[in-house]
Each structure stands twice: as C-alpha cells, then as structure tokens.
Design a protein around this ligand. Sequence first.
Ligand SMILES: [Zn+2]
Length: 424
Amino acid sequence: MVALRSAVDTGKIDPRPYQWLCYAMTGNAIRNYKGPAFITASVGAGKTIMIAMVAARFSQMGYEGMIIARQGEIIDQDAEELWNLNVKNSLFSASLGRRVRHTRSLSAAKERLLMLYSARKRKRPPWVISHRDFCLLMNAIRLTGRMLGTTSIKGPFWSGGEIVNIDTKYLVDLGFLVPTIFGVPDIEELKYDLHDFESNGEDGAQDYTESQLKAMQEEIIKQGTLTQKIMLKVMELTRNRNGVLITCAGKKHCKEAAKYLPDGSYAIVTDDMGQKMRRKALKDAYTGKIKYVLQIGCLTTGVNIPLWDTSVILRKIMSLTLLVQLLGRGMRLLKSEQVDQGLVKEDHLVLDFTGTMFELGALYDDPILEEAELQRSKRSGEEVPCPKCATLNSPYARRCIGEDKLSPDGRCEEFFQLSAVWIR
Ligand SMILES: [Zn+2]
C-alpha cells in the first residue's frame, strides 16, 4: 500500500483503499495485457478519480491516453480531476462548446470518431479509457485495439475482461455511500395503478419510450386527486430532509405534482429547458436554495447533488440499470464543506408510489431490490423462515439472505424460486 501510494502523486486527494486496489489491478491488467478490460463500479464509487489515477501513471511513464464519454458533463469532470492530479490534458467536447484543435464545427460523435481514427494511425496507439459507456468502448476497440473501461453498467455481451467489481453494497458497508431506506409503513395504499406498464426484464439501460411515457402520464392524470394526496404525503415525510428528487412521467405530470409544493422551493428540469436554465436549477439544488427537483428521466447520470437524500418515484422505471443509477443519486455522501456547515445526511429514503421496486424485484437479481423487498415484508409481517437456516425472508425472496460460512459466497444456498427456462 505504501509503495502504491508513492507510485502516483495524487496531490490533495486521498484515494480510498479500494481505489488504490483498482489502480493496482488495472496496472496488472496493462502489464499482462490480454485484451480489453474493464472495471464495474457502482454509482458513487468515484470512477472519475480512479480514471485520473491511471491517467496520472500514464503521463508519468510517457504513455499517451484518451478518455472518452458520451456526456459533456462527465468529460468535463474527468478533465478537472486530471488537472487536480497535475495531468496535462486537452478537452474536446461539442456539447460544452470547447475544443482545442478543431476549428470546424463537428458533432460530438464525429469528433470522437476522428480522434479514434487519428489514434489508430499512430505506431503505438494510445490507451483509451471509456467512462461509463459500452458502445463507445466497443467502437474504440475496433479502431485502436487497446482499451480500458470503467462503467456502472454491465453489458450483457461481455463476459471476460472484468478486472474487479465494486458494487453498491460493498460501498455502503464501508461507509462510502449512505444506506437506503425503502418506503414507510403508511404509504402502501397511496399508489398509482400502472399495471398496463411493465418492464420487459431485459439487461441494459432502456427506459419507456416517449409515447409510452405520454400514455403513462395520461393514466396518472386520470387518477384524479391521487397526485395531490401523494405530494402532501411527500412533503410531510421529507419535512426534515435535505433534498428531494422526484421522477415523473411527463411535463404535465411534473407541473401537477409541483402545484402542491411551496413557491420557490422547486425546479422542473427537462431536456428541452435550455442549458442555462438547467445549470441554474441544478446549482440551486446543489446549494440547497431549492429543496425539490422534478424530472422525467434526464438526470440519471453525470449529476452529483449530495444534498439529495430522498428519491420519489412517481412513474414506472423500465430497467434495473436505470433504477440503480437513479437511486445512486441519493446515496452519495455530503461534501466535507457541507458537513462543516452542519448539514447531516444519514440515509437515503426511497418513496415509490408506483410499485416499480416490487415489479423489478421479481425480474432481476439485485442486492438493492432484495433489500427493498425485505424491508417491505418486515413491515407487513409477511416474512417466512428458511427451511435450511431459519433466517426470516420475504415471501418473494429468490434466495435466502441467511449466512453460511461454507458457501462460496458466504450466503445460505436455499433458493426459494426457480427461474423459468424457455425451451423451444
Ligand atoms: Zn437459509
């Protein structure tokens, strides 16, 4: 560890032990390069810092490298972190309106392709690090042949090459994310009936289409005063909380929900509101000037508002990946200056008024959904004992949550539900 720490000068930043571990394992993967490799890291794992540490080593060793990402906001953060570690870098981004070498106006996609193309023509291609995007990763591999990636999304098409997986539960257990509390006993009755909208259960980050969301919004508006009742409940339950992120089905739905919030306490953030307004809204949320942010689905990645400690779900979410990213917003720790200001964030509260958690819990294996279901069954007193170890489980649990030291993953191997096998 000491040797590791002296390998890279991280300046004022003190990387977490697992970030050093990722750094060391990445170094190994590069030394014994067998092909593209990636790290799966949960939301809040600090991917930006981990990328910057690797980049710092590259620059010390005289290697060239390139970091690519789909969103301007992410690459902006990457560049800033590189400067924090004294790594010289040039930033190219059409969406941020900044580029160093190109004088012609290029779309972001074209710009990236051009960079990858020029990378391929060199004798020794630069290392390419993709931040959170598997499609970019695949394109870059085709063009340059050498690749590293960090992502919170695991592609179903990629089985080998994973260096390490830093998952959400691990980060919560170590105190790098706050734990999540799901619902409260008395909101089970306050729920939109959205049974016509169902997840397809596929892997990936897909969401409902625009027309599906529109139909969902109509359905919600039809359910009359339910939104008012829900919002009054939300205000009551979040009275002593810092910041609340509310996800709705459409603009009309956002406005309807916001109607019951105090004037000046909220912002509605949409894709088409314009960059300037969007930045102002997010800044006001960051500083705590506004408590509530209502959105339709555009803030799931690349936005870091540590004050958010409550996630309110007012529409169905299609996929596990999207849901986990969404909930990840609320699990981040406060910045040290916010703690110095006397702000407190002990946990993340999820208020789901749509049955999304329950629906996805039946479709996907995921520790967050499992925990949500366990908390729900505890409240309703529905738990059933495991026949093997007697640990209490939700009646919908897929696998017993009890411990078993003899099992390879330390967990009881009683499976309650077998997944169906499709034979044709
Ligand atoms: Zn058991």
